[in-house]
Design a protein around this ligand. Structure first.
Ligand SMILES: *Cc1c(COP(=O)(O)O)cnc(C)c1O
Length: 390
């Protein structure tokens, strides 16, 4: 029997064979011509994936949290006012990071876990005024809540705030047009919808963000993330010149270049449409099996993950049976509801058959714990959505 399990968590995800092959290639020098070419191309492709033609990309060793840290450290000066649109654990994390760099943070929170603040509520908060920066979590991985980034970015801009989007669970899965939507900085990490093993922090800063950085009066409070150190490196590699500040993770960047090529080959619109359709299929299955979801309405639910509540009388023990049936899903993360729900990641190279395998494994788990349902009900609901096409 095949021992391999299907990994359906919100990062790390399943990677394509080509990406894994790049990870296993002999490691070259960070100034070898083929690596310089790959790094340069990855920077150009990052701009295309973020749909931000005039943005400045940064590719740095680290996780998504480092990308958040880099955004805050370079854009915030002590005493700056920042508004955080908070839809879960990663909104809380941004508050902590921003405060570490001396920001005075105000928050707009959703009325309940699983909801998102309305545009009106955010506008009301922005009117209070004087915000240099507004941060938004595109998809909060703790709740599966997606916010309306386009509308929020327009509002932030209208009130003179730089708009920063934590897209760690969204970029290359959810639709995001950084340039067109006026997002000043968007960030992600390699292991989510970008489809590369963990280890890279990825950011694209628009012209207004770079201008705010250049006009800083105080030095950046962290040496490693200071754009003054990284900007010359990114510019050099993009000009296909060797450069050095900190040794780049050669294999990860090679793998990133391969994955970005695959993403662009699929096309950004086709890619977000595929994520939407597969998400609808899984969510239809969850509903058919009698499970509620953490997001309170379909309009605030992400396409990159699904967060179902366990049905009455079922607990996280069911996840071990799903794993035995071949599919690994994630437990809860939000502290207030941690034991009451689980999370299924479906991003990157995920396919319709992955969704069906996942629903099948969840059904087998539910059957094992004695939950009463019609076997195959989830599969039928998922198939019905998949048969509809895009
Ligand atoms: C995963 C995630 C992070 C943190 O990324 P790490 O790579 O785990 O540091 C931040 N924000 C969101 C929305 C995430 O999903």
């Amino acid at each position: 029997m095949k021992g391999r399990k299907l990994l359906m968590i919100p990062g790390p995800i399943e990677f394509t064979p080509e990406v894994l092959q790049a990870m296993g290639a002999p490691t070259t020098s960070h100034v070898a011509p083929n690596f310089i070419a790959a790094f340069g191309q990855a920077l150009e492709r990052l701009r295309q994936v973020f749909l931000c033609p005039d943005g400045q990309p940064f590719i740095v060793a680290g996780s998504g949290t480092l990308a958040m840290d880099m955004a805050a450290a370079n854009l915030v000066e002590p005493g700056d006012r920042v508004l955080v649109v908070n839809t879960g654990v990663f909104g809380d994390r941004f508050v902590a990071i921003l405060e570490r760099y001396g920001a005075t943070v105000a928050q707009v929170r959703a009325p309940a876990i699983g909801d998102a603040p309305s545009l009106e509520e955010v506008e009301e908060a922005l009117k209070g005024g004087g915000y240099k920066l507004m941060t938004v979590t595109h998809v909060d991985t703790s709740t599966g809540v997606a916010v309306e980034v386009k509308g929020l970015a327009a509002l932030g801009r209208a009130y003179g705030a730089l708009v920063v989007v934590d897209g760690v669970c969204a970029v290359a899965g959810e639709e995001m047009r950084q340039g067109e939507w006026g997002i000043d900085l968007a960030l992600t990490a390699s292991q989510k919808a970008i489809g590369v093993p963990p280890g890279l922090a990825l950011l694209v800063a628009g012209p207004r963000a770079m201008e705010a950085f250049r006009r800083r009066k105080s030095p950046v409070g962290s040496y490693y993330v200071d754009w003054a150190n990284w900007l010359p490196i990114m510019e050099a590699y993009e000009a296909r010149q060797p450069s050095y500040f900190g040794t780049p993770p050669v294999n990860l960047i090679g793998a990133l270049n391969v994955s970005l090529g695959q993403i662009l080959e699929e096309g950004m619109e086709a890619r977000s449409a595929r994520h939407r359709r597969l998400s609808e299929a899984l969510k239809a299955a969850v509903a058919a099996l009698g499970m509620e979801q953490v997001p309170v309405r379909p309009e605030v639910a992400a396409n990159t993950l699904t967060a179902p509540y366990f049905p009455e009388g079922v607990d996280r023990g069911v996840l071990a049976y799903a794993k035995e049936a071949g599919v690994i899903v994630a437990g809860g993360l939000h502290p207030a509801i941690k034991d009451r729900y689980f999370r299924v990641g479906h991003m990157g190279a995920v396919s319709a058959s992955d969704i069906l395998a996942t629903v099948g494994a969840i059904e087998q788990g539910l059957a094992q714990v004695g939950y009463r349902f019609e076997p195959g009900a989830g599969l039928a609901a998922a198939q019905a959505v998949l048969a509809r096409g895009t």
